[in-house]
Write a protein that binds this ligand. Structure first.
Ligand code: GLY
Ligand code: MN
Ligand code: MN
Length: 465
């Protein structure tokens, strides 16, 4: 259980959700399943984010049921001395009522027996669609049992609705407790990046054989030292050319002096993710070509940060970054103006895509790619069409989300140069991304992850120290 957040906060979230279910609606939210890794060994359990958002409860084998009248029922693991000797403490239904401020709690073994009665005489069943394998079938089984009782006067729910639509919108706007946790997660991750940069330069100075996994170990050390439970996603530690593989993992490749290292790693703290990328010279000193591209990426990130403010669209930071990146690619000769034309042409024809092939950000929260619609809810019907210049595909656009205070997103432009015909050799195999986590404030945005330097000179100074 997350004890740093008052129980009443989860009760308030459940009440806000319940108010959107309709008086006769009912919502079912299971936590995540335990998953076997291989014989007798499970993957480390990670609760379901929706379930956690509404309960703060981190045990496996639990379900939450919330009625439209605001009543919450929890199903959880029963107290069991033998299982607790092997697997650890269980809260148990009796203690859960007070500890989680729910109105009733039952052993999970009673779920199938009790659920048809809970569903009876409701008009709408809400549950998260397409998130839990087998959930739809399970609910259908319970509804079948309710239907079996209609001749005794029971009513069977006639509607099933996606609970994600309600919860995603709530989760998109972070409250003060969430922001506090996210700032702490960000600070731990920033410190881990600092440690890792310094360790890399030091080990190379000492003449050691530095591998990507050595740097991964440095990150993990500080994540755990800071109190984080685990990384929020699989860390990317990419030496040299590996940085051009967008979903590379930390592997065994040697980290060589003269090359760059791209690290995309963030910890999860009390259920909330952080997501930082830094790219730095392994030996602490950028070469000329590395620095030239680095400064372009940094300038593009600065433009994107300036565009991250209330009232702007989610796509504005991306558009701002693309403009600076594209101009930079023309300036340094990655793009040849004789072939691709002016800056406007580069943007219009997406010529920059050869070196910048991902978006500039995503929502961040409990999930690293957090939930929340990227379309402005009031403008869903305003569809426009355009032909993609690269694929020729007809793409339907809806107006992008308007940024508002409390939303959290990443800002992560990059440049990735694979060798190819006409690609200036001095830039071959350079991959650079800079990623920070921003919360939209009334004035603009606050970068939560700047505990790790981002300017080239500051990175060099840090790595000399
Ligand atoms: N680390 C995942 C991402 O940057 O989107
Ligand atoms: Mn990211
Ligand atoms: Mn990332």
């Amino acid at each position: 259980m997350n004890t740093s957040v008052p129980t009443s906060l989860y009760a308030q979230r459940r009440a806000r959700m319940a108010a959107q279910l309709g008086a006769n609606g009912i919502a079912l939210i299971p936590t995540a399943p335990e998953r076997q890794r291989n014989r007798d060994a499970d993957f480390l359990f990670r609760h379901d984010s929706y379930f956690y958002y509404l309960t703060g409860f981190t045990e496996p084998n639990a379900w939450l049921v919330v009625s439209g009248d605001g009543t919450s029922t929890l199903f959880c693991q029963p107290k069991d001395l033998e299982r607790e000797i092997w697997d650890g403490y269980r809260l148990g239904p009796d203690a859960a009522v007070g500890a989680l401020a729910v109105q009733a709690a039952f052993p999970i073994g009673e779920l199938d027996a009790r659920m048809p009665r809970l569903l009876e005489n409701r008009d709408t069943v809400w549950f998260p669609f397409a998130t839990h394998a087998g959930l739809e079938e399970r609910i259908a089984g319970w509804l079948g049992q309710v239907r079996g009782r209609v001749r005794y006067g029971a009513l069977c729910p006639e509607q099933q609705r996606d609970l994600c639509s309600v919860l995603d919108e709530m989760r998109l706007f972070k409250d003060d407790h969430e922001l506090d946790t996210m700032r702490r997660a960000a600070a731990i991750s920033a410190q881990a990046h600092v440690r890792t940069m310094k360790a890399c330069a030091r080990m190379l100075r000492e003449g050691k054989d530095v591998r990507e996994y050595h740097l991964d170990a440095e990150l993990l050390h500080d994540f755990r030292l800071g109190g984080s439970q685990y990384p929020a996603y699989t860390s990317i530690v990419a030496a040299g050319a590996n940085a051009c593989v967008l979903h590379y993992r930390a592997d065994v490749a040697p980290v060589k002096s003269g090359e760059l290292v791209l690290i995309d790693a963030g910890c999860e703290l009390d259920g909330y993710a952080s997501d930082i990328t830094r790219t730095f010279p392994a030996n602490g000193k950028f070469t000329g070509p590395q620095r030239a591209l680095y400064d372009i990426v940094l300038a593009s990130q600065e433009a994107a940060v300036a565009a991250t403010k209330p009232g702007a669209r989610f796509t504005d930071p991306h558009d701002a970054a693309v403009k600076v990146l594209s101009q930079g690619m023309l300036d340094v000769g990655l793009l040849d103006a004789k072939k691709v034309g002016t800056l406007d042409d580069v943007i219009e024809k997406r010529a920059y895509f050869a070196y910048y092939m991902h978006r500039t950000g995503h929502w961040l929260g409990m999930d690293v790619h957090d939930c929340g619609s990227y379309v402005e809810p009031g403008e869903v019907g305003a569809v426009s069409e355009r032909k993609d210049p690269l694929s020729g595909e007809l793409i339907k656009n809806r107006p992008s989300r308007i940024l508002r205070p409390g939303m959290v997103l990443t800002i992560e432009p990059g440049i990735y140069v694979r060798p190819g015909e006409g690609v200036p050799e001095q830039f071959h195999n350079i991959g650079i991304r800079i990623e920070d986590d921003a919360v939209v404030t009334p004035q603009g945005c606050e970068l939560m992850t700047r505990g790790v330097p981002v300017k080239a000179d500051e990175i060099e100074a840090l790595m000399r120290a």
